[in-house]
Design a binder for this molecule. Structure first.
Ligand code: CP3
Length: 321
């Protein structure tokens, strides 16, 4: 078990050392990024570490021109709108462009006695930031581009696939023992549109990383209707949010795949008795199946009390089917 967004925001020790600048500056400081990755390991005793970085780090590193604003998320000065913008997406040379990420991984691998999970953003989700210019609820411009300019859309997502592959490959080369592909906003698409416009570029990433042999976790939010396609894209583990029980999710993916999830992060705000019952519900919904990584259905929210997460870890580790 581990928690998405275990490193960051909800931890007082994070806020203390994070500093006031852009998260890009914190990520570019290997000593700081190493320490932040380790904080939740010490506190919670989770079974894996997740690299402290961001899904927009590769695009930032090649100079696309973006920042990550606290409380907002990624914002782009000049959104991606035309074929001229493709020249702003040159290939990533991970060793030269993101040496700080790889130094952080080197530090972590030397320090950790549990696996480090590396990650990248899936092309659809990263494209949504580059095209919209900021976090969006509707993905209006992104969906219009897909439908009206499929040539441009596929050129964009193919470049973003190559960015993700270069980044993930370098993370695995430096010792990441599993990877997660975050397609956080894929759930905004119908299954038919996911299959046509998002799945091919994600499949390219997952297939390329399959050659490394590390387990590949494929995650999105609101993806109940997409789980089968997300498995077929080349996932060893499929992430499930809280909208469907794990037992139901299992009927939607091939039986040789593991599942990850799926406690609703908002429930962590309730009294412990409520949280405990919901944790048990997740475990029971898995029904003793061997392929289960306990996690939240999405990231830890900033208001979560770390003590709750400590107790969740204890409860899950003590559980016997
Ligand atoms: O424990 C971890 O998961 C840490 C590593 C991590 C971060 N971002 C650090 C971060 C990971 C895996 C991510 C991935 C990421 N980034 C995703 C996919 C995961 C998801 O939540 O669906 C997305 C969509 C982003 C883009 C992004 N970056 C958003 C939407 C935000 C939130 C803005 C805010 O402040 O509410 C960020 C910033 C960010 N990335 C923070 C952290 C800890 C918080 C802000 C900060 O400390 O400056």
């Amino acid at each position: 078990m581990w928690f998405m967004r275990q490193a960051g925001r909800s931890l007082p020790e994070y806020r203390e050392i994070r500093g006031p600048g852009s998260i890009n500056d914190a990520i570019a400081n290997p000593d700081l990024a190493t320490e932040i990755t380790l904080q939740p390991i010490r506190r919670y005793g989770v079974d894996a570490a997740i690299l402290y970085s961001d899904i927009v780090t590769p695009a930032h590193a090649i100079g696309f021109g973006l920042d990550v604003l606290p409380g907002v998320g990624p914002v782009v000065e000049q959104p991606f709108r035309s074929s001229d913008d493709l020249t702003r997406l040159r290939p990533l040379d991970a060793e030269a462009d993101t040496p700080y990420v790889l130094e952080t991984i080197d530090n972590l691998v030397a320090e950790l006695d549990i696996p480090l999970i590396g990650f990248a953003g899936a092309p659809f989700t990263v494209a949504s930031y580059l095209v919209e210019g900021r976090p969006s609820r509707t993905y209006h411009n992104t969906k219009v581009m897909m439908k009206a300019r499929p040539d441009l859309w596929f050129a964009l997502t193919d470049r973003l696939a190559d960015l993700a592959i270069a980044s993930l490959q370098s993370q695995v080369d430096h010792g990441a023992e599993a990877i997660q592909l975050f397609d956080s906003w894929a759930g905004s698409l119908s299954a038919a549109d996911y299959e046509r416009y998002a799945m091919p570029s994600s499949a390219k990433v997952l297939e390329a990383i399959g050659a490394t042999g590390v387990p590949r976790i494929h995650f999105g939010v609101g993806t109940g209707e997409l789980l089968g396609l997300m498995a077929d894209a080349g996932a060893d583990v499929v992430g499930v949010d809280w909208r469907i029980p794990l037992g139901e999710a299992r009927t939607r993916v091939p039986s040789d795949r593991a599942l990850q999830g799926n406690l609703d992060p908002a429930i962590l705000g309730a009294p412990w008795e409520v949280v405990e019952a919901e944790v048990d519900k997740v475990l029971e919904s898995n029904n003793g199946h061997p392929g289960h990584i306990f996690n939240l259905g999405h990231g830890v929210t900033p208001e979560t009390e770390p003590e709750k997460l400590e107790k969740v870890v204890e409860r899950v580790h003590a559980y016997r089917p």
